[in-house]
Design a protein around this ligand. Structure first.
Ligand code: ADP
Ligand code: SF4
Length: 686
């Protein structure tokens, strides 16, 4: 198909200093959880994006010196020449597809706790980087940099830039964002210096200016020099000679970098979850930059719609469309637009599981794209599939995230596949969950897969079809996949953190009851020890329906695990706005007769209040009776021509949607393949 001429502008080449980006699709630096210890995993992950049409592909943070040591969070390094080879693997792979490779040289300053190097963290004035995130909390305060430390930092940047050039990078960054060292020099709270680097805005900008100068000197006219800067906080401060301090900083450095890469300051606003922020949410902060500089500007905003991208360019907001999450969710996004297949883009859902992988210290995972991080180690290409090994057909029972992903991938491989669900609408748990506040965008998990299935003649869809073992025996499919999901239980949470026996009394519900249409009478307690998004979302939903809601959790905050996905502060804000009372560090000890009893998880102190309904969001169990029935048939399966029955997704092990999708994908990839001795290839440092 031909490209829609409306999108032509997205494919204009853009000059960036001495190099030229082949189009406007720019994969900005983003955390991938892939350190120099995983050089092939990393090179393939980045290469696929270049193959998919991204004109520029960048690394994540690359530390320039052991005094910038984020461990146990993963980061890359260019500390000495031995690090070059690991990066050269990536630049070679990216160049193969005609894209440019960028490197985000990075010094974390007081933000890095140097847990491995044990070097006192560096900072402008000895102020610690305050954080409520465990990964950034430390008990070693940073030290104040003196003149020789500043000279050393400039030298590390210059050395890093030279090594980056040797590794084959085309764009070399100075990174002044997100709390890291050069950013700390920009803010008076962290920079209380009385020398030439503190005080006036011109002085606070001096370090960034010098970093740009030494980088330029190091790379000459071989590489472009980019400045990545956070502008949210500065934009909120009135300037003395400009509208805001952000305007002043950009004006002071206007044409010094070859490229401005502009962003927000804190992870929840920068990598904003879709529950609380729409596409393009950075615009009000960064919209002025292009008016102050003549150099190209790149920015992000979870852009997945080509019309929104074109509008950013036509309205003069951005020159290059930055993508981190959209490039993870669909590495082939640019090519799909180029080929007139924009309806096939697998749009990022903004769930931030990707960023949680970095917080977990592991290679990136993605809810929408199960091949992310698996390109090399499992040989999963997002757009290429091995053909069927036989004429076998497959029946998938259950059309939630796991079943849909299995069916799509089997169909893309070329298997005749039938997918049935007892519900009249496909989507599994997402049928209910996307109706909860802020979660509609997650419906893209279902929408993309339905679009793919509807387009394929080898896929048959049967909504409204509850299957029992006898039906399956009569259907003549070679392989049967059970993707029947899980059920929430009424187990409680015990004093010693064990699940305790189910509680039974009128007025006790689980999310499955709510999904089935029950509206609990108020006042309601939502007791959440699942600790991901659902408990908080259910509490907000019920409050918005008009109930008096108390949210109770044994954890220290509401939806505690969402700290990993940047959603936690925004969930607390949303619950407060919906007037939900939050009681943390409590468990439900008893419920009945219109009264609930809570116990403090540490002291055991009890507290009682009126409560008509209790909604427990705790433990799920696989809904796998159909699987058990089929397996129990033993030789009768073979007689019916069924070669295998396999459980996937929540029916195997209940988990987040990302795991269900991965499970479905893995089944489909591995069907009729010869199992290796190891589950995946192991990578080793280059
Ligand atoms: P997962 O996250 O593993 O994909 P879900 O709970 O989201 O699991 O989806 C499971 C789906 O399986 C639901 O849509 C449910 O209606 C369907 N299902 C469960 N049992 C049967 C059955 N016997 N026949 C057909 N569909 C079923
Ligand atoms: Fe988008 Fe979620 Fe994938 Fe991250 S994990 S890229 S937020 S779909």
């Amino acid at each position: 198909m031909a490209r829609n001429p409306r999108f032509d502008v997205l494919f204009d080449p853009v000059r960036i200093g001495p190099v030229t980006a082949p189009n406007r699709f720019y994969q900005v630096p983003h955390a991938s959880g892939m350190t120099n210890a995983l050089p092939h995993v990393r090179a393939s992950f980045r290469e696929i994006k270049a193959e998919g049409g991204w004109g520029v592909v960048c690394t994540g943070a690359v530390s320039i010196h052991p005094s910038s040591d984020d461990s146990p969070l993963p980061f890359a390094s260019l500390w000495d020449d031995r690090d070059i080879r690991a990066h050269a693997l990536m630049t070679d792979a990216v160049h193969k597809h005609g894209a440019l490779a960028g490197v985000e040289l990075w010094h974390g300053g007081a933000c890095t706790l140097n847990r491995t190097s044990r070097i006192a963290p560096l900072s402008p004035s000895g102020m610690p980087w305050l954080s409520t995130h465990l990964g950034f909390m430390g008990n070693l305060r940073p030290r104040t940099m003196d003149a020789s430390d500043i000279a050393a930092l400039l030298q590390w940047q210059a050395d890093g830039a030279r090594r980056a050039m040797s590794a084959g990078f085309d764009i070399v960054y100075v990174y002044a964002g997100m709390g890291y060292l050069p950013y700390e020099f920009l803010l008076p709270e962290y920079n209380q210096r009385s020398d030439a680097y503190g005080g006036s805005i011109a002085n606070r900008v001096r370090l960034v200016r010098e970093l740009l100068e030494v980088t330029r000197d190091a790379v000459g006219d071989k590489c472009a020099v980019a400045l990545r800067i956070s502008l949210e906080e500065l934009r909120a401060r009135p300037g003395q000679n400009g509208i805001s301090e952000a305007h002043e900083v950009v004006a002071l450095l206007a044409d010094m970098p070859d490229l401005w890469d502009v962003k927000m300051d804190s992870s929840p606003t920068d990598c904003a979850p879709s529950r609380f922020s729409p596409e393009g949410s950075h615009e009000p902060v960064i919209d002025f930059v292009k008016r102050v500089t003549t150099k190209p500007v790149v920015g992000v905003g979870r852009f997945t719609s080509p019309d929104v991208m074109v509008s950013q360019i036509k309205r003069g907001v951005l020159d290059l469309i930055g993508g981190a999450r959209p490039s993870i969710a669909d590495p082939f996004l640019p090519n799909k637009i180029n080929e007139g297949r924009e309806h096939e883009i697998r749009e990022c859902i903004g769930c931030n599981i990707c960023i949680s992988s970095w917080h977990d210290g592991v290679p990136v995972r993605c809810t929408q794209n199960p091949t992310a991080g698996e390109e090399w180690r499992r040989d999963w290409h997002p757009e290429r599939f091995s053909p069927p090994a036989s004429a076998a057909s497959v029946l998938v029972v259950g059309a939630g995230p796991a079943g849909l992903e299995a069916a799509v991938t089997l169909a893309r491989r070329g298997y005749p596949v039938t997918i049935a669900d007892k519900a009249t609408e496909f989507g599994g748990r997402l049928r209910f969950e996307t109706r909860l506040p802020g979660l509609a965008t997650w419906g893209r998990v279902v929408d993309w897969r339905m679009g793919q299935l509807r387009d394929r003649p080898n896929a048959s869809l049967y909504p409204g079809s509850e299957l029992v073992a006898d039906d399956i025996l009569g259907l003549e499919h070679t392989h049967v996949v059970i993707a029947t999901g899980s059920r929430w239980t009424k187990l409680l949470y015990g004093a010693n953190e064990f699940p305790v026996d189910p509680i039974e009394a009128p007025g006790i519900y689980t999310p499955d009851d709510l999904a089935g249409g029950v509206v609990p009478a108020g006042p309601v307690v939502v007791f959440d020890f699942d600790n991901y998004y659902l408990g908080g979302a259910v509490a907000e939903h019920l409050a918005k329906l008009g109930s008096e809601v108390t949210y109770v959790t044994p954890a220290g905050s509401a939806s505690a695990w969402t700290l990993m996905t940047n959603e936690l502060p925004l969930i607390h804000r949303a619950l407060a706005k919906a007037r939900v009372t939050i009681r943390t560090l409590r468990r439900v000890a008893a419920f009945g007769g219109g009264t609930i009893t809570l116990a403090d998880v540490f002291s055991g102190a009890r507290q009682q209040f009126d409560c008509a309904s209790l909604v427990i969001v705790g433990v799920r169990k696989p809904h796998d009776e159909l699987y058990e029935e089929l397996i129990a048939l033993g030789p009768d399966l073979k007689k019916a021509g069924i070669a295998s029955v396999t459980r996937i997704g929540d029916a195997l092990a209940p988990g987040a949607i990302v795991h269900a999708v991965h499970s479905g994908h893995r089944y489909a990839r591995e069907l009729e393949s010869t199992p290796g001795t190891a589950p995946y290839k192991r990578d080793f440092p280059a």
